[in-house]
Design a protein around this ligand. Structure first.
Ligand SMILES: C[S@@+](CC[C@H](N)C(=O)[O-])C[C@H]1O[C@@H](n2cnc3c(N)ncnc32)[C@H](O)[C@@H]1O
Length: 260
């Protein structure tokens, strides 16, 4: 099945990724700090599925690599990243499931919230291996679960999960990461499930923006009732604005380190 990115790359989608970057920065920074190479000033790092560049900047800031690249399939998001960040960050349009990459001898690969959007996630591991320096590491973060006692959020997650599954994707691919690595030339160094408590208002804002994008997806438009989606979007907006209270959301993040 062909990979299809359902969360869009218009201005709203790009703004959502900026908010997402802010929400997850502390946990991702702590994880990245733990894989800093012995001599980062010689290292080349690459962020796969870099979006508007915030994860690339985070990767660069935490590792202090000599050069850091961001690769993304979206021309619009790559243009936004180039507008926001200067050298030594380099952004290039590339489908990261396809080899060869436009950069070689890579010491550190990083991918956050990429694998969940791919019908063929193992192809990224193979393509990255072909561009890797000896002893390279691959650092991956993707959701194992999103937990909330609030039916508004659980309904939202169930619908996104259904849409992802329709396109051969796994919203909670975090749980499958070690198994995926086992099919490749990478060796599993560690895998952990890290619980991250997230403000419901922030999550509701992210989800409300996202509903505006994915509700136009052909599958979502035919499978989901438009009035129910309107009601969901309004309720999410109300939580985001502080007019409806909701308990925090717990993200169970799968954090994996692979070595070649
Ligand atoms: C949810 S965003 C994550 C962005 C960033 N890594 C973060 O965590 O904030 C997923 C990104 O992966 C990109 N993407 C999806 N499929 C891709 C592919 N096959 N090759 C390259 N980029 C891809 C999308 O364009 C989008 O920018």
């Amino acid at each position: 099945m062909k990979n299809r990115y359902t969360f869009g790359d218009n201005d709203a989608a790009a703004d959502r990724l900026v908010l997402l970057a802010r929400a997850y920065e502390p946990s991702s920074a702590a994880f990245l700090e733990s894989v800093r190479p012995a001599r980062p000033s010689n290292a080349r790092a690459v962020d796969l599925g870099s979006g508007p560049g915030y994860t690339t900047a985070l990767l660069h800031g935490t590792l202090g690599a000599r050069e850091t690249w961001g690769l993304d399939a979206s021309e619009r998001l790559v243009a936004a990243a180039r507008a926001a960040f200067d050298a030594p960050l380099t952004f290039t349009v590339h489908d990261v499931t396809e080899s060869p990459y436009p950069v070689a001898e890579v010491d550190v690969f990083y991918a956050r919230y990429l694998f969940t959007h791919l019908a063929s996630p193992a192809s990224v591991l193979e393509a990255a291996a072909a561009a890797a320096a000896p002893g390279a590491v691959f650092v991956i973060e993707d959701n194992c679960a999103l937990e909330s006692p609030d039916p508004l959020f659980t309904d939202y997650y169930a619908r996104v999960r259904t849409m992802h599954a329709h396109y051969g994707q796994n919203m909670f691919i975090g749980e499958r990461l070690p198994e995926l690595a086992g099919e490749t030339s990478w060796t599993l160094e560690r895998f952990a499930r890290t619980r991250i408590e997230l403000d419901a208002r922030v999550m509701a804002r992210l989800h409300a923006i996202n509903v505006g994008t994915w509700r136009r997806d052909p599958f979502a438009a035919s499978a989901f009732d438009a009035a129910e989606i309107d009601a969901m979007a309004s309720a999410l907006e109300a939580v985001a604005a502080g007019d409806r209270s909701a308990p925090h959301v717990t993200c169970v993040m799968g954090q994996m380190v692979l070595r070649l």
